[in-house]
Design a protein around this ligand. Structure first.
Ligand code: ADP
Length: 447
């Protein structure tokens, strides 16, 4: 097992990784920008190294600075967390070349799944159902029109290198295709440095259902059920739950098996997530995330598996500590992503937290780096806390979530807590009857 892990991330996820390491007896090194010197994970880590100024490109994306920090502290592995360098194949390669382990999959899988065109083709070849669309990147209007005629409008233009909901444009009819292509391409170039785009049928009322998997170096692969992440605004998840209220046990087992077969077929070795859209009883693969996900605690709550621990063990070459038959989905869990944002306008609300009190009690978990007096820097994403609540049934989980949200105190800044408190009383949410467009409609109606 590793002796010392460098955590190349910040915020709640850095803290989450630190916690797993401590429980495994592994020393931790926090790296931080000058803006994060007082962050909770920096305070708790065994060692910390400042790696640059606030801008992410100079600190959390600064590969040379991170590798230097790992070398001088004698770390034997790097955990990239979520976002930042977590899906960067070049970084994973460099970590290996420096004689350290990258806590994540092989660089070849980061690369192939990072290109969504290759990812879809790979899944198709492995027997996983995908969204109808172009077979590869699309370059000109004529080609796009021809494909759109075949699959039918509306059509979604997506960036091959996409992430975070960026580089996506809908064309509802032929006349809109030219602009959609150009806008998606420009956005993709600016955000990812690659302007390849592809086409997908734009589904009208799907749910976002994703399957958690983990594979090891010894040919073992298991799935840990699904998470329903249909509550989204601008393609960004706001609340996730598991199991999905929309699936039958039969559908759950079927899609889980497709994902496990794909993990085996690829020889994938780490935790990962297969994302699907689910509409009218059919699953359509959209992408694979080759890293830990923000919403992983939902799965931890319903399976009892510590995913970060398994990820670290697998990266160290150990076999999975359990098989498919050991995985039992128990009860229900919901995660609320609490962002430092205005709950109506979603304008970012960084600043000083004057008072912080996290809810607790039976089956309530809070992952957050906040504390009273902490100043949230304006330079990074606005996720500041995750509230994860479980119950033996969905109804019990909802009652507990309501109580936990009532207890949650974050003063000095605006957060999305009031929105969450409101949403969980909406009849559509209570009945589990919502698709990926539901939240946007709800928010638009309120504004
Ligand atoms: P990203 O990597 O940017 O998150 P994804 O491919 O995972 O992009 O898609 C993000 C979200 O966009 C999905 O969860 C879904 O809400 C929406 N989306 C993606 N593809 C489609 C599609 N073909 N039809 C309708 N909505 C889609």
């Amino acid at each position: 097992m590793f002796h010392k892990v460098l955590i190349a991330n910040r915020g709640e996820i850095a803290l989450r990784i630190h916690r797993a390491c401590r429980e495994m007896g592994i020393h931790t090194v926090a790296v931080h920008s000058t803006a994060d010197a007082n962050a909770m994970h920096v305070r708790l880590a065994d060692e910390s190294v400042c790696i640059g100024p606030p801008a992410s490109k100079d600190s959390y994306l600064n590969m040379a600075a991170i590798l230097t920090a790992a070398t001088i502290t004698g770390a034997d592995a790097i955990h990239p967390g979520v976002g930042f360098l977590s899906e960067n194949a070049d970084f994973a390669n460099m970590v290996r070349e420096h004689g350290m382990a990258f806590i994540g999959p092989d660089p070849e899988h980061l690369r192939s799944m990072g290109d969504k065109v290759t990812a879809k083709q790979t899944m198709k070849d492995l027997g996983v159902p995908v969204v109808p669309g172009s077979d590869g990147a699309v370059t000109d209007d004529d080609e796009a029109w021809a494909i759109a005629e075949r699959i039918g409008y509306p059509v979604l233009v997506k960036a091959a290198a996409g992430g975070g909901g960026r580089g996506m444009k809908v064309a509802y009819k032929r006349e809109e295709m030219h602009d959609a292509l150009n806008m998606a391409r420009t956005e993709a170039r600016n955000a990812f440095g690659h302007d390849a785009v592809y086409l997908e049928k734009y589904l009208g009322h799907p749910r976002h259902i994703e399957v958690q998997v983990v594979g090891d170096n010894h040919g073992n692969a298991v799935h840990l059920g699904e998470r329903d992440c249909s509550l989204q605004r601008r393609h960004q998840k706001l609340l996730e739950e598991g199991p999905s209220p929309a699936l039958t046990d039969e559908q759950r087992t079927w899609i889980g098996q497709r994902a496990v077969d794909a993990v085996r077929g690829m020889g994938y070795r780490s935790v990962g997530t297969f994302e699907f859209l689910f509409e009218d009883g059919e699953f359509y693969f959209i992408e694979m995330n080759t890293r830990l996900q923000v919403e992983h605690p939902v799965t931890e709550a319903i399976t009892g598996v510590d995913l970060v621990r398994e990820q670290i063990r697998v990266a160290a070459g150990l076999p999975l500590g359990f098989g498919q038959d050991d995985v039992e989905i128990r009860g229900h869990a919901i995660e609320c992503r609490i962002n430092a944002e205005d709950p109506r306008t979603f304008a970012p609300s960084p600043g000083q937290v004057t008072n912080f009190h996290a809810p607790s009690g039976l089956a309530v978990r809070v992952d957050s780096g906040l504390y009273s007096g902490y100043r949230i820097p304006p330079f990074y994403d606005s996720l500041v806390a995750k509230l994860i609540v479980s119950g033996t049934t969905r109804a019990e989980c909802l009652r507990r979530l309501n109580r936990a949200l009532e207890e949650f105190v974050i003063e000095g800044i605006s957060t999305t807590i009031p929105l969450h408190a409101e949403l969980i009383h909406e009849p559509d949410f209570v009945s589990g009857n919502y698709d990926i467009h539901w939240l946007q409609r709800y928010v638009d109606a309120k504004s």
